[in-house]
Every structure is written in C-alpha cells, then in structure tokens.
Design a protein around this ligand. Structure first.
Ligand code: SF4
Length: 181
C-alpha cells in the first residue's frame, strides 16, 4: 500500500542527526538562511566540483510503500559511483547512512552500473582532502528500512520530539534559536 508521507534524503539525514530537526523541517519550518554553517556547506558544494557531473534526482518506493526521493551531489555513471560532498566528519555515521539511502533508491529502481554491478558510494571531504567509500549490503538495507519506519511514525506525531541534550550538534543547527533562544 502506497503511503502518503514522502521521505526525502534531507529529512532522512536530519533524522539521523536529530529527530526533532527532521520533524521541524517536515512541518515546513525553514531557518537555514540564518545559519552560516549551512551556507558554508552549500558554498562548498557549489564551488568545489563546479566542472563535475550534474546532480541526480531519484525517486523510489520503499518495500513498505513509502515514497522516497533524493538528490545526489554527483554521479560518475561510467564508474558506478555516487559522490556526496561533506565539509567535516563530525556526523560521519549519519553521512554514511545518507549515502546508503541514495544507493538504496538506485537499487529499488533496479539501476546498476556497467555489467550489472551495484553502485557504490563515496563521501568526499574536500577540505580534509579525504574520501570515504560506502557500500550497501543486506544488513544496511534492513537498518535503513527500520530507520524509515521510525521516521515515518515520528513525522505523524502532532508534537515535536524533545530537544537534544548534546549541544555540539545544536551549535551548527539552523533551529538552535528556535529550540534554545
Ligand atoms: S537545535 Fe539541537 S535540538 Fe534543536 S533541532 Fe537543532 S539539533 Fe535538534
């Protein structure tokens, strides 16, 4: 059965860092323009790979019927590699899950690289001059499905989840003033 709540990669990645942030964003609340950190991330994304491949928009339906969407930073199709650009490794677990979410979208669409080989992912940290490879296996797919189930339940709640008690994420979050101002 097709569900009504569409999950995009932005909400999913917010959920991985802070469920409250995902809920606020899903409600249509936007404060990104006030965050220097987010602006820096966008600048990095728009300038570092200006001669590289285009963004790739993806749509899929999860096994439980949830519509999914995502926009990949760059896809080097001939190499079968999706690239996601990040400026730091402080949320690396969330970054890994975000790229696996993209790989999942491709798999759900039956899209593979040359010779039927599944796509791989790569997180690029240009400021650190490093890259991190990402793959998607059955265990990670189960984890994504579980996270998706929790997220869709959370987004249907009438009230936002509690604020994070750890403030290190909050200092970089566009909603900091809303949560703690
Ligand atoms: S400020 Fe902190 S608690 Fe509030 S949405 Fe952002 S990360 Fe979550």
């Amino acid at each position: 059965m097709l569900k009504t709540v569409t999950i995009n990669a932005t909400v999913f990645s917010y959920y991985l860092i802070c469920p409250r942030k995902a809920w606020l964003h899903h409600q249509g609340i936007r404060m990104e323009q006030e965050s220097e950190d987010v602006a820096l991330g966008r600048l990095l994304d728009e300038t570092t790979y200006s001669r590289s491949e285009k963004h790739l928009d993806l749509y899929a339906t999860a096994p439980d019927g949830t519509p999914l969407t995502g926009r990949i930073d760059r896809a080097v199709l001939r190499d079968g590699v999706l690239h996601e650009t990040k400026k730091g490794r402080s949320c690396q677990a969330a970054h890994l899950s975000q790229v696996r979410f993209y790989l999942w979208l491709l798999k759900l669409n039956g899209v593979t690289g040359a010779g039927g080989v599944p796509f791989k992912g790569q997180i690029d940290y240009p400021a650190l001059r490093r890259s991190e490879p990402v793959t998607l296996g059955p265990q990670q797919e189960e984890e994504l499905a579980l996270q998706l189930r929790h997220l869709t339940q959370l987004l249907e709640e009438p009230h936002p989840p509690a604020r994070l008690t750890k403030r290190e994420f909050c200092r970089k979050c566009a909603f900091e003033e809303l949560c703690y101002g």
